[in-house]
Design a protein. Structure first.
Length: 274
């Protein structure tokens, strides 16, 4: 079985915040497929079929489960990349597991026992994002629930689980990154650790109309710092035109600037491990 979350080679999870039309989805995927050979652990394409935790009731949520999974299947077949999506309800896990290569648990849902166990029960690799209020050791329980679901479903071997740092609440409408969390979370969970460089610069509720804002200029330094401290994977949302993306534009990396940052990150990662 292919290991998605390698500990010996830096991997990247990247893609748009949410699925859009095939033209956009495939444009990003084809770009990432060209970059993938230069990332030691490869690239996993990510995109959401439903942004169920948007700030405002009228905000664009995405394609929905069935259309979204079909779109992700087209991305995989066209690009050759493995694909990831997030789930919000236990009953979504089995359907997602039939299509995607990796299932992701959003930070706001990182303590939902039924959801975590249902994700584990699919047998697919699971990436769990750390809640913005949680201490690093608090992720031990989240990862343990995924492993329990995997075992109770009768799968052999060990569940493949990663834990992702995506910033901690710092007062109202801001996040801060404590890089001590990376080695602490790896030790506590005995799992690969991912750094989410784009959601870590999010500014919840500080965008137009109460939407999330962001400080995109801090994505590169935080990414390089994470690689220097020690991380197994990186997570970055990217878009050809973030200003016109349906969600999370202020904290997405412009696609045209992605390659340079990723290659610098790979270099720092290698130097830190030398």
């Amino acid at each position: 079985m292919t290991v998605r979350f390698r500990r010996d080679a830096l991997f990247l999870i990247a893609g748009p915040c949410q699925l859009e039309d095939d033209a956009l989805n495939l444009r990003v995927a084809e770009h990432l497929a060209r970059l993938a050979p230069r990332v030691p652990g490869g690239i996993i394409y990510k995109a959401s079929f439903d942004k169920a935790n948007r700030s405002n009731p009228g905000a664009t949520r995405g394609l929905g489960l069935d259309a979204g999974l079909a779109a992700l299947d087209r991305v995989r077949r066209a690009s050759g990349l493995p694909v990831l999506t997030d789930v919000h309800l236990p009953e979504q896990c089995a359907a997602a597991g039939e299509v995607v290569d990796v299932i992701q648990i959003p930070a706001f849902l990182s303590r939902q026992t039924d959801l975590l166990m249902a994700a584990g029960a699919t047998g697919k690799p699971v990436n769990v994002k750390k809640g913005q209020w949680m201490h690093p050791e608090g992720m031990r329980g989240a990862v343990g629930k995924v492993r329990a679901g995997f075992a109770e479903a009768g799968h052999g071997g060990a569940a493949e689980v990663a834990a992702t740092e995506r910033g901690t609440f710092f007062g109202y409408g801001d996040l801060v990154v404590d890089f001590r969390a990376l080695p602490r979370m790896r030790t506590a969970c005995d799992a690969p650790v991912v750094f989410d460089a784009t959601h870590s610069v999010q500014q919840p509720g500080r965008g137009e109309g109460g939407a999330s804002g962001g400080a995109r200029e801090f994505i590169p330094p935080l990414t390089l710092a994470a690689c220097a401290v020690g991380v197994d994977g990186l997570f970055m949302e990217t878009h050809p035109d973030p200003a016109h993306a349906p969600s999370d534009g202020p904290n997405m990396m412009p696609l045209a600037q992605l390659d340079d940052l990723v290659l610098r990150a790979v270099d720092v990662w290698h130097r830190a491990r030398a």
